[in-house]
Write a protein that binds this ligand. Structure first.
Ligand code: DGI
Ligand code: FE
Ligand code: FE
Ligand code: FE
Length: 188
């Protein structure tokens, strides 16, 4: 177990000052959501602080992790956006010594969400989107929804993220579609 100060030092050393400020903002938002919805504040804090730990690693390092850890080679065709959480969780475990599976899962799912999400997964997914430093269009609406209904906030974020990906003609990761189908799509 690391002290908070040691953990913060390692995280700060792994990223730009701008990204470190984002991470501190996500922690603030995650603590608020944990308080509001009754999750562990300790876990929300650690997951928030570590969620983008690996974002500045090279594509080569991620490709090596895909090979070394035996991930499906289809993952080789994706990019940093998809790798930094899913594979970043392995680096958080190895390098920061965080072994709590619920925290590692929240890190893995923070970019795409998932059909099945725990309270902690939802908190990190939403906190990443609404943290005080974000200025994406609609973020004020997302913050207002997140104060009232966490599942609605997951749906709002998922819908707007997918709409943005389609707008810029980015490839959509299958898990992102699964998240959309579970949390946004109307049941027939
Ligand atoms: O790491 P952050 O910038 O704090 O935020 P994030 O991890 O939620 O998202 C990182 C990027 O990933 C962001 O530009 C949106 C993008 N993204 C989310 N879902 C998908 C995706 N990119 C692609 N190509 N496909 C997806 O399904
Ligand atoms: Fe991220
Ligand atoms: Fe996000
Ligand atoms: Fe982030």
């Amino acid at each position: 177990e690391e002290t908070r100060a040691t953990l913060l030092e390692k995280i700060q050393a792994a990223m730009s000052e701008k990204r470190f400020q984002h991470v501190l903002g996500v922690e603030k938002a995650a603590l608020f959501l944990a308080e509001t919805y009754g999750a562990s504040k300790e876990k929300a804090s650690v997951a928030a602080l570590t969620h983008d730990y690996a974002k500045e690693r090279s594509d080569e390092e991620f490709k090596q992790i895909i090979r070394d850890y035996g991930y499906d080679s289809d993952l080789l065709h994706w990019n940093n956006a998809i790798w930094h959480g899913l594979l970043g969780a392995e680096l958080v475990k190895q390098e920061l010594g965080i072994t709590d599976e619920s925290i590692l899962q929240a890190i893995r799912l923070h970019t795409t969400g998932a059909a099945q999400m725990t309270l902690l997964d939802k908190i990190i997914y939403v906190a990443d989107y609404i943290e005080p430093g974000r200025d994406i269009p609609g973020v004020e609406k997302a913050r207002a929804i997140a104060r009232e209904d966490l599942d609605e906030a997951v749906a709002y974020e998922t819908k707007h993220t997918l709409a943005h990906l389609i707008d810029i003609e980015a490839p959509v990761y299958p898990k992102t579609i699964e998240t959309y189908n579970r949390w946004v799509a109307k049941k027939e």
